[in-house]
Write a protein of this length. Structure first.
Length: 135
């Protein structure tokens, strides 16, 4: 963390360094502090998709799944074809048992990246969950 702090002393608005520091904090289980750092990065660059994606992951770790989806929606406004963001949103929606919404997101992502194995696997899982819920 010292290395990141030194770099930020020279350039406190470096989004990449702020994000890296947040990842390092999250790896140490300091999710709330990491979230503060990501929020600082986003205050400097509100449409940074990587920082938004990172924030959604931190919110998931903090069991704030609905807020995580809201953040992913912001990322998709900036880059509507970002399939990793769509995948993450699909996973969270499935965790929230919003299977129809999850399937919709996954299908949209598969139009963009039809060979994505993670998306294909998630689609299978969501379809099974939908069938179980409809019984």
């Amino acid at each position: 963390l010292e290395i990141f702090d030194q770099a930020l002393t020279h350039d406190p608005s470096n989004i990449s360094v702020l994000s890296s520091k947040a990842v390092s904090l999250a790896e140490q289980g300091e999710n709330e502090e990491a979230l503060e750092i990501v929020d600082k990065a986003l205050s400097l660059s509100p449409s940074n998709v990587s920082a938004l994606w990172l924030k959604s992951g931190l919110l998931r770790k903090l069991n704030q799944h609905k807020r995580a989806v809201e953040v992913l929606d912001k990322a998709l406004v900036v880059d509507p074809n970002h399939t990793e963001v769509m995948l993450t949103k699909g996973i969270i929606l499935a965790q929230l048992k919003q299977f129809k919404d999850a399937l919709e997101v996954v299908n949209q992502a598969l139009i963009i990246d039809p060979d994505n194995l993670k998306l294909k696997e998630l689609k299978k899982i969501v379809i099974v969950a939908l069938e179980k819920n409809n019984k």
